[in-house]
Design a protein around this ligand. Sequence first.
Ligand code: B12
Ligand code: SF4
Length: 433
Amino acid sequence: MKIVLIEPRSSEANVYSKIPMPLLGPVYLGTILKNRGHEVEIYNEDIQMPDYSKLDADLIGISILTSTAKRGYEIAGKFPKEKVIIGGVHASLLSEEAIRFARQVVVGEAEEVICDIVEGRIQDPIVRGRPVENLDALPHPDFSLIKGFKFPSLVTPISTSRGCPFDCSFCSVTKMFGRKYRFRSAEDVMSELRSRDTKSFFFCDDNFSAHPKRTRELLNLILKNKIKGWACQVRCDVTKDGELLNMMAQAGCNAVCVGFESINPKTLQAYDKKQSVEEIVSAIRSFHKRKIKVHGMFVLGGDDDSAKTVWDTLRFAIKQKIDTIQMTILTPFPGTKVHETLEAQKRIFTKDWNLYDGQHIVFRPKLLSARELQLNVIRAYLKFYSLSRSFSLLLKLRFRNALLHFMGHSIVKDWVGRNRRMHWLRGPKTACG
Ligand code: B12
Ligand code: SF4
């Protein structure tokens, strides 16, 4: 059978758009189907746009996040419904919506059901996937299936675990992958790392150091195999284990993405983040001491956040010398606690999923208007990524940070250009309208 899997582009450039990184879901599924003898092509629209007038296949599989859902439904509309299946985080959380555009929708992880669906043994419209218990049993994702994906790639994503025991109120991960951590063995991860033609790796696990013993084993192997230049996502609490942190630095970790979320203690509590501002400060110092760059991610717009919180966050980021930041506006993704609360309080004013990308405000905050929060976040962002700060980094010969700041500047400027009129703050829209 000929199968085409598609990852839709997001409606607007986001902070990461300059470094196209595919979601692993379609690549895992494509690899399984290829190994089964099917003919598979994967399109990531940010990497290569398919020519839809010529594209034909027996089955089209579309992977959607909330921010790419509308585009995904638009793509689905180009094909007869009986050829289309949809999966991914958004489809899993709102399967009743997604099924209007497809013959079948998969809720959750799809590796264990995909062949049965494609080969017609499962025919239910909404199919419950199953969490993969033995992640080592999965094939290594074959990126050559992605049209236009160049080797050596700039960065290759790799996943070594699934699930997260925390349950932060704004996050979709636990609803999608469950609260139980599942891990690949260090050996299996290492054999994947060794096989890749790439300049760097991004461990896209939600928490790379969730299982310190396994992480140590993996770091030892990475050290032995001299794999250099990688980044990962961690929580602040990793820095409490100085020895593990030393190993990460020695094993070539050059940057970490950390969900600091807020410097307002009340907001940290409301998000159920289970970390304090003191822990954030100490974590940044510990990373920097070991020359690991910090990408700090903040979520603004909790009920205790005011305009002052936005500017306090900016001052904090500059004072603590965080290398790069992402100032996301709280987004009530379907299925999250934040969504339930804001929906019950009738504070969500648009369900235009294109706006659910963390950069557009879609609900009424408590202590300031939606417009004020939006403007303050963008202005603070512009200050952080200002040209003067970028040039000053350049003069200090901090080339990597200077480059990222220039990129940040151009992305925020583009955003301002496109959103100057703040059209979505004027009238409500529906999910698919
Ligand atoms: C790597 C990553 C990124 C990368 C690359 C993302 C990309 N290409 O879109 C970067 C850093 C660029 C990024 C950016 C963003 N991200 Co992100 N990201 C991730 C992360 C950490 C891993 C993704 C991954 O590969 N997972 C592992 C694979 C195996 O899972 P999967 O792709 O979901 O696939 C499985 C199922 O969904 C299903 N499936 C998937 N596709 C299909 C298709 C078919 C046909 C079928 C049947 C089944 C199916 O089966 C797969 C195998 O089990 C996830 C968190 C997570 N744990 O998933 C967040 C996550 C996906 N991101 C999220 C968000 C919000 C964003 C941003 C909007 C904001 C931000 N954080 O900056 C942007 C927007 C990106 C965009 N495309 O518009 C949210 C999405 C929430 C939602 N409801 O949509 C997540 C879940 C994180 C979270 N904390 O909630 N992200
Ligand atoms: S934000 Fe991070 S720690 Fe919190 S639930 Fe999501 S993945 Fe887990």
